[in-house]
Ligand binder design. Structure first.
Ligand code: PLP
Length: 282
C-alpha cells in the first residue's frame, strides 16, 4: 500500500467536456426522430449484406486468416485501393482509421503542436472539439453562414496576423448547420492554406448522402495542404468504426507514427468485411 494520492495525468485533468447537442436539448419525446446526432436509422443499414459479407470472409481460408491476424498499420491494402480509386489519389496516401473522429484525431495529433492555433467553424460538431482539445492547441473560431465557413472572415483574421497550423472544416451538410461550403470558398480556402502555410482538415462524412443537386468536389486533394477525413459510419453503420484519411505524402509517416503508439491498426476482421461489401457494390 502507498500513501500517494491517486491522480489522473495532467493530460486528462486539463480536459473540459464539450457539451453534446443531446445534452443541451434533453431526451427527445417518445417517437421523435433525434436529429441531435448524426446516427443513421439502424433499420436502414445493410445488416443482411453485412451478415453475408462476414460469412463469406470467414468461409474463405485466406481472408479468414487475414481477418484474425495482426495487420498493416495503414490498414487493409484492398480497402485502401478501393478508397483511393474513389478519391482519385494513390493508395499510398490512404490511411484506414477507426471512424472519422479517429481520422480527425490522427490528423490533428500529427500536424498541430501544443500552443499552436487551430481554427474551427462556429457552430461546430462538438466531438471534433473534444478531439481537438487533446492537441493542446488554442481554439479560434470562424463563423459560418448559409454557404459554410465564412472564408472572408478567416482571411481577415489571417491578414491581421493569425497563424493557425490547421483549419478544421465540414464542407458538405455541415454538422450542425447543414450548410454546404460553396465551391468558390473551397478553392479560396485551399489558396489561403497554401499562402499562409496551414493544413485544412476536410471532414466530409455526409457528402455521399446528398439526394438532390450536384455533388461538389471536396477540397482539392492535389494540394499538399489538404487532408481528407471520411467514414463508412453513415452508410454501413457507425458501430463498424471504419473511416479513412487521405493525407499528403509528407503527413503520412506522422499518422503511422501516432498509430504505432496507440492502436496499431484497425480491426482486421471489420476491414475484411467492409472490403468485401465495397468489392460487391463497386
Ligand atoms: C461532422 C462529423 N464528423 C465526424 C463524425 C464521426 O464519424 P465516425 O462515427 O465515423 O467517427 C460525425 C458523426 O456524427 C460528424 O457529424
Amino acid at each position: 500500500m502507498t500513501n500517494q494520492t491517486l491522480q489522473l495525468a495532467d493530460r486528462v485533468r486539463g480536459l473540459t467536456a464539450p457539451t453534446t447537442f443531446g445534452r443541451v436539448l434533453g431526451v427527445p419525446p417518445e417517437g421523435a426522430v433525434a436529429l441531435t446526432s448524426g446516427s443513421p436509422d439502424v433499420g436502414l443499414l445493410p445488416a443482411d449484406e453485412i451478415a453475408d459479407a462476414t460469412a463469406a470472409v470467414i468461409a474463405d481460408p485466406v481472408r479468414r486468416a487475414r481477418a484474425l491476424d495482426y495487420a498493416a498499420r495503414p490498414g487493409s491494402l484492398e480497402l485502401r485501393e478501393w478508397i483511393a480509386e474513389r478519391e482519385g489519389v494513390d493508395a499510398s496516401r490512404v490511411f484506414i482509421t477507426n471512424g472519422a473522429l479517429h481520422a480527425i484525431s490522427v490528423s490533428l495529433q500529427s500536424t498541430v503542436n501544443p500552443g499552436d492555433v487551430l481554427v474551427v467553424e462556429s457552430p461546430l460538431y462538438p466531438l471534433a472539439l473534444s478531439v481537438a482539445q487533446l492537441t493542446g492547441a488554442a481554439i479560434e473560431t470562424v463563423p459560418t453562414d448559409a454557404h459554410g465557413l465564412d472564408v472572408d472572415a478567416l482571411e481577415a483574421k489571417l491578414s491581421a496576423g493569425l497563424r493557425p497550423s490547421a483549419v478544421y472544416v465540414v464542407p458538405d451538410f455541415q454538422n450542425p448547420s447543414g450548410a454546404v461550403l460553396a465551391p468558390e470558398r473551397r478553392v479560396r480556402l485551399v489558396e489561403l492554406a497554401e499562402r499562409y502555410g496551414f493544413v485544412v482538415v476536410s471532414d466530409n462524412p455526409y457528402a455521399t448522402l446528398r439526394w438532390a443537386g450536384e455533388d461538389i468536389p471536396d477540397l482539392d486533394p492535389a494540394s499538399d495542404r489538404v487532408i481528407h477525413a471520411n467514414t463508412f459510419s453513415k452508410v454501413l453503420g457507425p458501430g463498424l468504426r471504419v473511416g479513412w484519411l487521405v493525407l499528403p505524402e509528407w503527413a503520412y509517416p506522422g499518422a503511422v507514427d501516432i498509430r504505432a503508439r496507440t492502436d496499431q491498426h484497425p480491426s482486421s476482421l471489420i476491414q475484411e468485411i467492409v472490403a468485401e461489401i465495397a468489392a460487391r457494390r463497386g
